[in-house]
Design a protein. Structure first.
Length: 162
DNA sequence: GCCAACGTTGGC
DNA sequence: GCCAACGTTGGC
C-alpha cells in the first residue's frame, strides 16, 4: 500500500511452454490483438497456478519445447485471469475431458497477449550454461510442468541475455 | 526413436 | 491406501 493508499499487488513472473508446431510465438503474433487463451493445460499443479496464482498484469516467458531449438522466444502479458477452459467441454477437441462438469470445471486457462518477440531465441542450452539460473524451475531435473513461476531475479537475468 | 522422469489410473 | 502398469513430456 502506498502513502496515497492506493492498493499495489506485486507482479509475478511465469514461464509457459508451447510446442511451436502446435502454437508458436509467430502464431501468437498473428492472432487477433496478439492475444490467445492459454488453454489445453491438463496437469493439476499447472491448473492450480492458472486458476489461483496467475494474475492480470503478470509477465510470462513464452518457451518453445519439443523442437529443434528449445528456448525462450518472447514475453507475454496476462490480460485475463483464470477462467474455465472451454476445450474441456468440446468433444471434438483434443483436450476434451468427459469427466469435467460445467458446474464444476476441472480445467482453467488465462488469456495472454504478446508483448515482445525476442530478436533471437534464448536457448535452453544457453540457460543451462548460466550458474545464476541454476535454480530456474525449467532446468530442474524431471520438471515437466508447462506453467511455472520465475523469480524476478531470474526474469531480469534471462532478459539481460537477449 | 529412445528413454528418464513423473503423473494418473485402477486393481486389490 | 498401496503400488504396478500405463501414459505423457520433452531433451537428446
Amino acid at each position: 500500500m502506498s502513502a496515497l493508499g492506493i492498493g499495489f499487488a506485486a507482479m509475478n513472473y511465469w514461464l509457459m511452454k508451447s510446442e511451436p508446431t502446435t502454437f508458436s510465438v509467430d502464431a501468437l503474433a498473428a492472432s487477433p490483438k496478439q492475444t490467445t487463451a492459454w488453454d489445453g493445460v491438463r496437469n493439476f499443479q499447472a491448473r492450480n497456478m492458472l486458476r489461483d496464482e496467475v494474475k492480470k498484469g503478470d509477465l510470462v516467458f513464452l518457451y518453445h519445447s519439443s523442437c529443434e531449438v528449445p528456448g525462450v522466444v518472447g514475453v507475454m502479458e496476462v490480460v485475463r485471469e483464470g477462467y474455465p477452459d472451454a476445450t474441456q467441454f468440446d468433444p471434438k477437441d483434443d483436450h476434451y475431458d468427459p469427466d469435467s462438469r460445467r458446474e464444476d470445471p476441472r480445467w482453467y486457462c488465462v488469456d495472454v497477449q504478446l508483448k515482445r518477440k525476442f530478436k533471437r531465441i534464448i536457448t535452453l542450452e544457453e540457460l543451462r550454461a548460466h550458474r545464476r539460473l541454476a535454480n530456474l524451475k525449467l532446468l530442474q531435473r524431471g520438471n515437466r510442468l508447462s506453467v511455472m513461476p520465475v523469480t524476478k531475479t531470474e526474469w531480469d537475468y534471462v532478459l539481460s541475455l537477449e
